[in-house]
Write a protein that binds this ligand. Structure first.
Ligand code: GAL
Length: 347
């Protein structure tokens, strides 16, 4: 028989075991059963209807091996929703979480939750600022170099303007252009616009900016904004630089519904090389785009996520990728025109 003292010691011991196991399972939170031996990866997208990201997420899902589980959430453009999704994925036992931030300037809640639980985060596509990524050693970023995409778009546009005299429709020696911009405050909007226009000028093209419009990466919004440009400027727009393919396609939609004959259209350039974007290059509606390597980014994210889930380090990837500051992996962009479209279609 146990003495009263031994019974007390036993009951304290049992309470401690219960407390520890509650802490480990998230203290009464609703958790799905984490299958033993399986690695669980969480992913949250700022908006699952974004064309480029939905294709990137599809590529990522295509990498998942049989002993790995993937849980994906759509944050529907709400940072608050995303914060609670991250908490939920931690409760659900995710070993690593890939976060496509809604508001790239507001990652505090995500970082705090992850750090508290010791779950590494791979941010992607929407780059957080340096001060934030430095807040914990298990925060990483996979994406691309926005400046490079702007430079490549500028080079493509310059080559067309300098070699095809028909671009300068009014023959004034100056290219009248408009810019379609992504979200205000997104690194890819600010940087692409700046580098694209500066490169165009550096390459020797004289330019005259008629206007710019923010269309949030969105095809329908870009169509509306371009229709307004057509109303204001008629056929005097000679070049459209779009921060992504979907907005370039919105511009094409606007010209198609304007009834203007194709020879009156401006030359249009995008960035991304989404399936629909590549088709527009093939069909000679868009002169060129810059390939945002979704396959490469998805592969790098998966390789990194798996390493981190197993307790490894990003340095193990440095033979395959250019790892900078022990935190960043950036995949290179590539120029796409009618000349090399066949090697990109159907990737
Ligand atoms: C950019 C991409 C856009 C859009 C955006 C969302 O890199 O070019 O099409 O997907 O990311 O953050």
């Amino acid at each position: 028989m146990l003495s009263a003292i031994n019974r007390r010691v036993l009951s304290i011991l049992l309470s401690c075991i219960l407390l520890v196991s509650m802490l480990l399972t998230g203290c009464g939170a609703e958790t799905t059963q984490h299958k033993p031996g399986k690695i669980r990866i969480g992913m949250t997208l700022y908006d699952q209807y974004d064309t480029f990201l939905s294709q990137l997420a599809e590529e990522f899902a295509g990498q998942i091996e049989p002993d790995v589980e993937l849980i994906t959430y759509n944050a529907s453009q709400s940072q608050q929703t995303q914060n609670s999704q991250v908490r939920k994925m931690i409760e659900e036992g995710c070993d690593v979480i890939c976060v496509n931030l809604v508001d790239r300037t507001d990652p505090t809640a995500v970082i705090d939750s992850a750090r508290k639980a010791g779950v590494p985060i791979v941010f992607f596509n929407r780059e957080l600022v340096e001060g934030d990524i430095g807040r914990w050693d298990k925060l990483f970023y996979v994406g691309a170099d926005a400046a490079q995409s702007g430079i490549m778009q500028g080079e493509l546009a310059a080559r067309t303007c300098l070699t095809d005299r028909s671009v300068d429709k009014n023959l004034d020696g100056i290219i009248q252009y408009v810019v379609l911009e992504g979200e205000a405050g997104h690194q890819d909007s600010i940087v692409r616009t700046e580098y694209s226009v500066n490169t165009l000028m550096k390459e020797g093209v004289k330019v005259d900016k008629l206007g710019y419009a923010i269309a949030n990466w969105n095809r329908a919004q870009a169509q509306t904004k371009t229709s307004q440009f057509i109303e204001s400027f008629g056929d005097s727009i000679e070049l459209i630089l779009s921060n992504n393919d979907d907005m370039a396609l919105g511009a094409i939609d606007a010209y198609e519904s304007s009834g203007m004959i194709k020879s009156g259209w401006p030359v249009i350039f995008g960035i991304d090389g989404t399936d629909v974007g590549l088709e527009a290059v093939r069909d000679d509606k868009m002169v060129g785009t810059v390939y945002n390597d979704k396959e490469g980014q998805a592969r790098a994210m998966y390789r990194l996520a798996m390493l981190l889930a197993k307790g490894g380090s990003i340095d193990e990837l440095s033979d395959e990728y250019a790892v900078s500051e022990g935190k960043y992996i950036r995949l290179p962009y590539a120029k796409v025109t009618a000349a090399n479209i066949n090697s990109y279609l159907g990737r």
